[in-house]
Design a protein around this ligand. Structure first.
Ligand code: BGC
Length: 423
């Protein structure tokens, strides 16, 4: 007989979905929008080489992936104008919290000049969420810069820390209604992609700069934390950090050692240095990497449309590991690109199963925020990766359609859990 398993979350567990300004709003004018225009042709031309091998749905995405316009954010999802419609759909799905971000380049397009029209735009966005009884969780920096900051060297310039803190002070004072802040999104990933691998703007490959940037971002977070607390002592303040599960193949000693070293640099270095200046750890969980130095048969997981391993059990190890910091943990992002919605429901349930397992072991997990609410602009991959609970029809007036898996997610929220049949 197959045993049924009740997975129940605590009553105050927070269920949400995330988005970010540049990926959804449209018509942004920042370092990314400039970079996109000069790199779209190259990205389109290189896509076949990268994704024909990696993506299990290459044939279906080829037309979009090889088209330069896929790599230009442009109107994106027009969320800037359609936010109320998007939040109504979220409400329909019983979503309790929306993690979104404020676009620095809108608020401070020119150095030191704050744009009140744009600040008021976000006032309306937050008021709309409040009217629907959805909690806003607001990210202050999700990878994009005003052009004047980019010209001054971005985070390579230590002065950017004070520019950022001035922006944070302005924004946090302007929105006393917000009590949950994420200072920085995935500092290490930004440093890695932009400076170690050189794949994102400004594309300056340099390992030394990578370390400089990580350290500057640590400083930026710690200072911004203090700025926010000074304005609103009761606010919940932290950051979102992408944490990779490095799994040692066949649990071999050498694989384990390498996994530990990589985990130290990619995961723990940032956490160790920010742990005293955070109310929670925001975990973005996507990546599983097998360390297989002996090239033996390795762990095989289902692949997302982007070729990423969907190894849901990894989140258990990651949670137990970061549980050491004795801070409440929110999953601030977790999700998958799955255009046909084949795996999303099972992926969410399996992930939740392992989150609950970690909670049963004593790890304090306080919420789960799925990435993302709507399909959106996936940075240097453009529009073809579909992470959304809600599909965007880019060819048909950006029409929104609720996916089947979103209904399943809404039922999980309504029941504060689900029943599983372990295989
Ligand atoms: C980022 C998002 C991104 C998602 C999927 C996270 O690393 O915060 O902006 O879209 O992963 O790649």
């Amino acid at each position: 007989m197959i045993e049924k398993n009740e997975i129940k979350f605590p009553n105050n567990f927070l269920w949400g979905a995330a988005i970010a300004a540049h990926q959804t709003e449209g018509d942004n004018n920042n370092n990314w929008s400039v970079w996109e225009k000069s790199n779209a042709n190259r990205l389109a031309a290189n896509s076949e080489q990268t994704f024909s091998k990696l993506s299990p749905v290459w044939k279906e995405i080829k037309e979009d992936a090889t088209n330069p316009s896929n790599y230009i954010s442009g109107k994106a999802c027009d969320h800037y104008n359609r936010y109320s419609e998007d939040f109504s759909l979220a409400k329909k799905l019983h979503i309790q919290a929306i993690r979104t971000s404020i676009e620095w380049s809108r608020i401070e397009r020119e150095k030191g000049q704050f744009n009140y029209k744009e600040l008021d735009h976000y006032k309306s966005v937050f008021a709309d969420l409040a009217s629907k009884n959805i909690k806003p969780i607001v990210t202050l920096w999700h990878w994009t810069f005003p052009l004047w900051i980019e010209e001054k060297g971005g985070w390579l310039n230590r002065k950017t820390v004070s520019y950022f803190c001035r922006f944070v002070e302005k924004v946090v004072s302007y929105f006393p209604e917000i009590d949950f802040w994420v200072t920085l999104n995935e500092a290490e990933i930004f440093a890695r992609e932009s400076y170690l691998l050189g794949r994102w703007p400004p594309g300056k490959k340099n390992p030394f700069r990578y370390f400089m940037i990580v350290n500057t971002l640590i400083l930026a977070h710690n200072k911004a934390f203090k700025v926010i607390k000074k304005i609103n002592q009761n606010a919940t303040v932290g950051f979102s950090q992408n944490i990779t599960f490095f799994e040692a193949n066949k649990k071999r000693l050498l694989n384990k050692l390498v996994a530990k070293i990589l985990s130290f640099f990619a995961n723990e270095y940032f956490l160790n240095r920010t742990a005293h200046y955070t109310d929670y750890i925001g975990l973005n969980y996507y990546f599983h990497t097998t360390i297989n130095l002996f090239k033996e048969q390795k762990i095989v997981c289902v692949k997302s449309d982007m070729g990423w391993d969907l190894c849901e059990y990894g989140i258990f190890d990651v949670l137990v590991n970061i549980g050491r910091y004795k801070k409440p943990i929110y999953i601030t992002e977790n999700g998958l690109a799955d255009k046909n919605d084949t795996y999303r429901e099972a992926f969410i349930k399996d992930t939740l199963f392992y989150i609950k397992k970690a909670m049963d072991k004593g790890v304090e997990v306080k919420g789960y925020i799925y990435w993302s609410l709507i399909d959106n602009f996936e940075w240097d991959k453009g529009f073809w990766p579909r992470f959304g609970l809600i599909e965007i029809d880019y060819k048909n007036n950006l029409e929104r359609k609720i996916r089947k898996s979103a209904i399943a997610f809404s039922e999980i929220i309504a029941n504060n859990g689900f029943t599983t049949t372990p295989g």
